[in-house]
Design a protein around this ligand. Structure first.
Ligand SMILES: [Fe+2]
Ligand SMILES: [Fe+2]
Length: 452
């Protein structure tokens, strides 16, 4: 059977299970048999990938990566979910047959309360719902200061989650959820400010700011894919907790500056298994977080670790988290922030896409980040230095820059705003950004300059 045939028969199974539950009572043999069929079809999907997202967009149904052909029977199912304002259903391999039966029961009844709330009340693990109305409409700028404050709180909470896991107790899922709610809202409202914050490092809190950065970068990517609501928050949580298994690595190995021995490397590699275990036993953490912790060092071609895991399709969230993870580490290893180094990005696009990363997602990420993201210090061709205050929507090479210093690093009496995308009378660009520079070494503070 082709992927599309399997997906279609799965959805037909779901339609008939919902129909059977609408017609018969829960214990009725026909209702039960229809759920068994659906459960078997889902189990087949889980053999390939531990979770499956089903999207309902208008009359279209998308199962995993497969868009189904429209048909009368599936159209009815699409409308069923449309009426209930469900845009996405995500099932994971943790879902039991009983859990599925309960879910189908809820999907079939005519209760008008939001589906998300009713499914939540079932306390079934392995199923998530994304609604179209869960996110408030973007209201514009969050403001650099509010964003910065939120970021600081997030780093503190990340530290608390880490500390709990390190002490052998469970990280507090409520604390995690609360901060993810705020971060998700901030990313939806003002993506540029939140993404800009991920590049401002305080090195003493690397572990915790890395958690927050990966969470933010993952949610920012997910937003560009149209993911929002509860699913967006699940992605954010998975990003936040991806490395939590590292609490089990002895600090002398974790913080070792030089090259690790094979034995030490073996210990480091265990963090993906430990992380999945910690997250699986923490109540109220969606199974996606454990899946992502397990998969985040696997690449598209399944190189990386854990080794010898057999055939599987990486979860979409894993792909986003591993892109965020690699880029955040890449920037951190540099002595100062300079955005994504253009040459490095080009090399990654050429060499690694396909084997390491999903090419389309990687390209989207570069567009999202920009080459000179907001907050970067740059030099323009006459030598003046400034901070990037705005990016051009389609040309990452031509940002808006607030010039603050001359070629010798002397502060200008008054900052000057420059739109490097503007052309002169001859149709040429009089100003071009030539490179990113170390603004903090020159004694400048990007946030202060941007806010002034
Ligand atoms: Fe990791
Ligand atoms: Fe990481």
């Amino acid at each position: 059977m082709s992927e599309r045939d399997t997906a279609e028969s799965l959805m037909r199974g779901m339609a008939s299970a919902i129909r059977a539950h609408a017609l018969y009572s829960a214990g009725h043999p026909l209702a039960k048999r229809s759920v068994d069929g659906l459960s078997a079809a889902l189990a087949r999907e889980f053999r390939v990938s531990p979770s499956l997202a089903i999207g309902f967009l208008g009359d279209d149904i998308i199962v995993g990566n497969t868009k189904l052909k429209r048909s009368a029977s599936l159209g009815g199912l699409a409308r069923h979910f449309q009426d209930r304002q469900v845009e996405k259903l995500v099932f994971s391999s943790e879902l039991t047959a009983d859990g599925l039966e309960a879910i189908v029961g809820v999907l079939a009844d005519r209760d008008s309360r939001p589906l998300q709330e009713r499914l939540g009340a079932l306390h079934v693990t392995g199923c998530g719902v994304g609604t179209i109305t869960a996110d408030p409409a973007p209201t514009g700028d969050l403001g650099v200061n509010a964003a910065k404050q939120l970021y600081g709180t997030a780093v503190q909470i990340a530290e608390g989650l880490w500390g709990a896991a390190e002490a052998g107790s469970e990280p507090d899922p409520d604390a995690a959820q609360t901060i993810i709610d705020s971060l998700a809202k901030a990313v939806s409202q003002d993506r540029a400010s939140m993404v800009a914050l991920t590049s401002i490092k305080s090195h003493d809190a690397y572990t915790f700011s890395h958690m927050v950065n990966v969470s933010l970068l993952t949610m920012a990517q997910a937003r560009t894919l149209g993911i929002h609501g509860s699913l967006l928050r699940e992605f954010g949580l998975a990003g936040l907790m991806h490395d939590i298994g590292k609490v089990k690595i002895p600090p002398e190995i974790l913080n070792k500056p030089g090259k690790l021995t094979d034995e030490e490397m073996g210990i480091v590699k265990r963090h993906v298994i430990d992380g999945a275990q910690i997250l699986r036993r923490t109540p109220n953490v969606p199974s996606l977080a454990a899946v992502v912790a397990f998969e985040h060092h696997l690449r598209q071609d399944l190189s990386g670790y854990p080794e010898k895991i057999g055939h599987r399709k990486l979860n979409l969230c894993t792909m986003l988290v591993s892109i965020s993870d690699v880029f955040d580490a890449l920037r951190t290893n540099r002595s100062y922030r300079e955005g994504l180094p253009a040459a490095r990005v080009r090399a990654m696009l050429a060499e690694q896409s396909g084997t390491s990363f999903e090419p389309t997602l990687l390209r989207r990420f570069v567009t999202l980040m920009g080459l000179f993201p907001v907050g970067t210090f740059v030099r323009v061709q006459n030598g003046d230095v400034g901070v990037v205050t705005e990016e051009h929507p389609s040309d990452p090479f031509r940002p808006q820059v607030r010039l603050v210093a001359d070629a010798d690093g002397r502060q200008l009496p008054k900052p000057r705003l420059l739109n490097t995308w503007e052309r002169d009378d001859r149709g040429e660009h009089p100003f071009t950004v030539v490179e990113a520079v170390d603004g903090s070494a020159m004694g400048f503070n990007a946030l202060a300059l941007m806010a002034s």
